[in-house]
Design a protein around this ligand. Structure first.
Ligand code: NAP
Length: 238
């Protein structure tokens, strides 16, 4: 795996994450399939390998410091560096009993959603940064959503999920500022409204369509944009 560029995708066992892994594999990356459940992880790795992708499973629960540190060790052993990190793992959070109506907001749901969607991305990014810094053209892509856009305010009222993506966008901008003098390029992506478990498969776009913007940002040239928020149509208003 050493001569190939290597990408780690979190939440890569299904949905958009699996499609990102497949797409990066198709353009020549070795892919580390980050997933928390062993059975689902190995099934995804087998599926990707059957499609010709150079895939390796990496146990990864983005809410666990220990799991994230262990995953960084595995990537170091397998490849010695990391070229691309896609922070894709995300959850919607409970919505029953007004849990995400702001007027009856369940703060435990907010904490749970932030722990995965925001702190998870920070945990994984910071654990992987030493490996990313060893790559020639390192890229980080954070899977966000137009639901987090303060301008667009798309989708249903969800006062845990939507703000989690707003914060992820803001954190992305802060990373871009901190890494401005380096070769590490960080951006946020919106996949559009995609048919996955997340949306009950009741959405118009395929996982492959949702993955396309992440793959584009993961393979940006060295003079590509930094600290932006993009979908297939271009820049998304914050
Ligand atoms: P999905 O099918 O539900 O997949 C989510 C993935 O994240 C799964 O692999 C899941 O693993 C993983 N995950 C959740 N919590 C995790 C944790 N603590 N540690 C590691 N992995 C974890 O959802 P999706 O539609 O593909 O969504 C992927 C990303 O796109 C999310 O960040 C989502 O917010 C974003 N997004 C989706 C849409 C859409 O329309 N689908 C729109 C905008 C943004 P398990 O299988 O173990 O649960």
């Amino acid at each position: 795996m050493n001569d190939k560029r290597i990408a780690l995708v979190t939440g890569a066992n299904k949905g958009i994450g699996l499609a990102i892994a497949r797409g990066l594999g198709a353009v020549g990356f070795a892919v580390a399939v980050g997933a928390r459940d062993e059975g689902r992880r190995e099934a995804a790795v087998e599926r990707l390998r059957a499609e010709g992708v150079d895939a390796v499973g990496v146990a990864l629960d983005v809410t666990s410091d220990e799991s994230v540190a262990a995953a960084a060790k595995v990537v170091e052993q397998v490849a010695g560096r990391l070229d691309v990190l896609v922070n894709n793992a995300g959850i919607a959070g409970r919505v029953d009993e007004g849990a995400q109506d702001p007027t009856t907001l369940d703060l435990d749901v907010v904490r749970t959603v932030l722990d995965t969607n925001v702190f998870g991305a920070v945990r994984v990014t910071n654990a992987m940064l030493p490996l990313l810094r060893r790559a020639r053209s390192p890229r980080i892509v954070n899977m966000s959503s137009t639901m987090g856009s303060l301008v667009l305010r798309t989708g249903p009222v969800m006062a845990a999920y939507a703000p989690s993506k707003t914060m992820l966008n803001s954190v992305t901008a802060q990373y871009a500022r901190a890494l401005a003098g380096t070769n590490v390029i960080v951006n946020a992506a919106c996949p559009g409204y995609v048919a996955t478990d997340f949306t009950g498969f009741a959405a118009p776009r395929t996982p492959e369509q949702g993955a396309a913007i992440a793959i584009r940002l993961a393979t940006l040239p060295d003079d590509g944009p930094r600290g932006g928020f993009f979908d297939d149509a271009g820049a998304v208003p914050w």
